[in-house]
Design a protein around this ligand. Structure first.
Ligand code: ADP
Ligand code: MG
Length: 300
């Protein structure tokens, strides 16, 4: 008996969160090793389906870099990175589009198998994400790497009204040359969150959040402001793949998104824990000081 009462307590504890997030878009970026692990992936998608059923409007943006790298290797196509950007020639772009859409279709299918309603949004073909070609880096042309110029949020809005979870790959449409472009998925998530007026941007990755020392999980920074993040970037504490994530959070905050989070997808139900309880489990990045590590209900 006590057990079931406890379960009811847990549900009631979630009520204020459900109320304040009702009908609100929440953008979730999902990438990293967790994407290819069936158990982790199922956990993440279950959480998203749950969010959708209690009236929130989750939008999923996924990556695919590691999968693409493997595919290119299998096909004997070389990959070169310049400052973290994948040099994307015509052939690489074609393979990238195939791989990203394959992942995308799989995610949509899996959400449906969990009872959710989801739809693919090909950022290129659907014209939802407009880009222009990224300029040369270190004097080198990086090919079909796009910088987002516009997100056509009306298409997304229509899906949300119909209780459909949009699933967005990191692909864009080049308005100058009608070509498909490869975009960093963290950047896509940030721009989508700003354009749709999301209440949160949640970045799910393969580390607990921003660590002061990568080798020591005890150095997790649970609450960071924009000013602090700037210092951490300049001092090199934030490096590698964490840079586009933090930049995405900054961009979203500047675009009016009140709160951004970086979480470990490997923690079972990390999303539900972050959204429905006041236990902050990863790193939250906010515009300015104040608030607590957990944020609480007022901190949405
Ligand atoms: P994703 O595939 O989810 O985009 P990435 O591999 O691109 O993930 O980025 C996450 C990686 O960033 C971490 O695995 C870690 O190696 C690296 N990283 C660099 N600096 C930090 C830091 N200060 N805290 C946490 N991770 C960091
Ligand atoms: Mg990355």
């Amino acid at each position: 008996m006590e057990d079931i009462i406890k379960k009811a307590d847990v549900l009631i504890e979630a009520l204020p969160y459900i109320q304040s997030f009702y009908d609100k878009p929440i953008v979730i970026k999902y990438g990293g090793a967790g994407m290819t692990d069936a158990a982790i992936r199922r956990n993440v998608l279950e959480d998203i389906v749950f969010m959708s059923y209690v009236g929130m409007c989750p939008i999923l943006v996924h990556g695919g870099g590691p999968t693409l790298s493997k595919k290119l290797k299998d096909l004997g196509v070389g990959t070169k990175f310049v400052q973290g950007f994948r040099v994307t020639d015509e052939k690489t772009m074609q393979i990238a589009e195939e791989e990203f859409m394959r992942i995308n279709t799989e995610i949509v299918r899996e959400i449906k198998s969990l009872g959710g309603s989801a739809m693919s949004l090909n950022g290129d073909e659907d014209g939802v994400i407009e880009v222009q070609k990224h300029g040369p880096i270190d004097g080198e042309d990086v090919g079909y790497v796009g910088d987002i110029t516009k997100v056509n949020a009306d298409v997304l809005q229509k899906m949300l009204v119909g209780d459909i979870i949009p699933v967005i790959p990191p692909l864009g449409f080049g308005t100058n040359d009608d070509h498909a472009y490869n975009i960093n998925a963290d950047q896509v998530a940030a721009e989508v969150a700003s354009a749709i007026g999301a209440l949160k941007l949640v970045v799910l990755t393969n580390v607990q959040g921003i660590l002061r020392n990568l080798d020591n999980p005890d150095t997790l920074l649970s609450h960071v402001t924009l000013a602090e993040v700037d210092t951490l970037m300049k001092s090199g504490v934030i490096a590698g793949g964490m840079i586009p994530k933090v930049k995405a959070c900054i961009k979203a905050l500047e675009g009016g998104v009140p709160k951004t989070h970086i979480l470990d997808a490997k923690i079972p139900h990390a999303l539900l824990l972050e959204i429905f309880t006041d236990k902050g489990i990863g790193t939250e990045i906010v515009s300015s000081g104040g608030g607590s590590a957990s944020g609480g209900i007022n901190g949405v």
